[in-house]
Ligand binder design. Structure first.
Ligand SMILES: Cc1cc2nc3c(=O)[nH]c(=O)nc-3n(C[C@H](O)[C@H](O)[C@H](O)COP(=O)(O)OP(=O)(O)OC[C@H]3O[C@@H](n4cnc5c(N)ncnc54)[C@H](O)[C@@H]3O)c2cc1C
Length: 385
């Protein structure tokens, strides 16, 4: 399947931007566990992070397929899109369910870069993948909601102005349907950090700026509520297809980076007076990863197209994320093996990308839960949990 001229143009523009952020830049940020603010600013200035925002609000109103191409190229260039990808994938909730007033107030400022929407507070320490058991509460009090509880793995919270927050507004034993009673809020973090919201960084194996967020009697205006109270879980679910497709695209970009890096190295490195890539034992794993990546790429693209045509790509988005995250992880492992000892040396960037790529079979949704989705919703097998 060939790209259209529009997609090729986007690819070239992202490649040109990423050329200003070489491996050295990422190595330095990684060692210091520092946020790549310059890169995120450049992505914002270029308009790429506003790809999904409609033109009337200052964005470029592009398709999800175009957004996926942007994220793929960032990863394929060796950069780390995790520093900014949430703005793309949580945008859907605000676009689909935000009020006209919320969109007019926030979208132009997000598009211009004045405000960052990079934090998504769903996961909690006790409930894990079982989102319906989350414990953070938001209780209505006059013109406000008062929030208490804790989130974990809220990435980029220290570098975001706005947070999409999922909290329980009706106790679980008082709802008719178990998916009711959760609500989504667009929290202006500038108003509440230090006043009910506390953020604590979590150091991880890669540079991901992830955090724990604590809410202690945090008061937010009732106007922060997105859509209808109690319907938040539904809104979050509907955004997850977009998220899975975009993460799948990032994994394809990573796989392409590993495959290119391994191919170049296998062609250059001479051992026993011949390039290591002349040995079938070295070239076959690279070829296998290429085939695996191309198959996953087709699924990611197909899922994006179903999404853009207004269909429900639940099956395709889940399979795209599953196949792409496995393809990128297989390519990461192959790339280390191809590099031998040098795969462990920081200056080659392979070990950094290897650590970064490991995340995607676990988050934003783990492989087991995707397989459960396919088993239950596609194949009709009994629900396992
Ligand atoms: C670096 C990082 C960044 C993240 N960023 C964000 C973020 O910005 N916002 C946010 O809300 N969350 C974020 N997350 C959270 C992420 O989405 C979760 O970690 C992920 O969904 C898995 O949930 P868990 O860690 O609670 O694992 P658990 O739910 O505790 O599961 C642990 C393991 O058990 C398996 N498992 C659990 N239940 C079942 C079952 N019924 N059947 C089969 N297997 C099962 C899972 O597949 C997993 O492998 C991030 C996580 C990480 C590590």
């Amino acid at each position: 399947m060939n790209d259209s001229d529009e997609m090729n143009e986007i690819r070239r523009a992202v490649q040109a931007l990423c050329a200003d952020f070489p491996g050295e830049y990422w190595r330095h940020k990684d060692a210091a566990r520092a946020y790549p603010g310059e890169f995120v600013d450049a992505l914002t200035r270029s308009g790429f992070l506003a790809a999904l925002i409609p033109e009337e609000f200052g964005g470029s109103g592009l398709s999800l397929e175009a957004a996926a191409v942007i994220m793929e190229e960032i990863q394929a260039a060796g950069c780390n899109g995790a520093s900014a990808h949430a703005q793309m994938y949580i945008m859907n909730t605000l676009l689909r369910y935000g009020s006209a007033e919320q969109k007019a107030r926030y979208l132009p400022k997000i598009a211009s870069g004045e405000l960052r929407l990079q934090a998504f507070g769903v996961s909690e320490p006790t409930s894990g993948t079982d989102t319906l058991s989350l414990r953070t509460t938001a209780v209505r009090d006059g013109d406000s909601y008062v929030v208490n509880g804790q989130k974990i793995w809220t990435s980029r919270a220290e570098h975001s102005d706005l947070m999409l927050l999922l909290a329980r507004t009706t106790p679980r034993d008082q709802v008719a349907k178990k998916t009711d009673g959760l609500s989504i809020f667009l929290v202006d973090m500038r108003e509440v950090v230090g006043k009910g919201m506390a953020i604590k960084p979590i150091r991880t194996m890669m540079n991901h700026s992830t955090t724990e967020v604590f809410f202690d009697e945090m008061r937010i205006p009732a106007s922060s509520l997105i859509g209808e109270e109690g319907k938040g879980f539904r809104y979050v679910l509907s955004g997850m297809n977009a998220e899975r497709i975009l993460i799948g695209a990032e994994c394809i970009g990573d796989a392409k980076w590993f495959i290119r890096k391994a191919t170049d190295y296998a062609g250059d490195r001479e051992v026993f007076a011949r390039p290591i890539g002349q040995n079938q034992g070295v070239q076959f794993p690279i070829a296998r990863c290429y085939a695996q990546m191309r198959a996953a790429e087709l699924m990611v693209r197909h899922a994006a197209q179903v999404y853009d045509q207004g269909g429900n790509p639940g099956e395709e988005a889940n399979m795209a994320k599953l196949l792409a995250s496995e393809a990128s992880w297989a390519a990461a492992d192959m790339c280390v093996q191809t590099h031998g000892g040098f795969g462990f040396a920081e200056e080659y960037d392979v070990e950094r990308k290897f650590r970064e790529a490991r995340l995607y079979t676990v988050a934003p949704i783990s492989t087991n839960l995707i397989l459960s989705y396919i088993a239950e919703h596609v194949l009709g097998l009994p629900r396992s949990y």
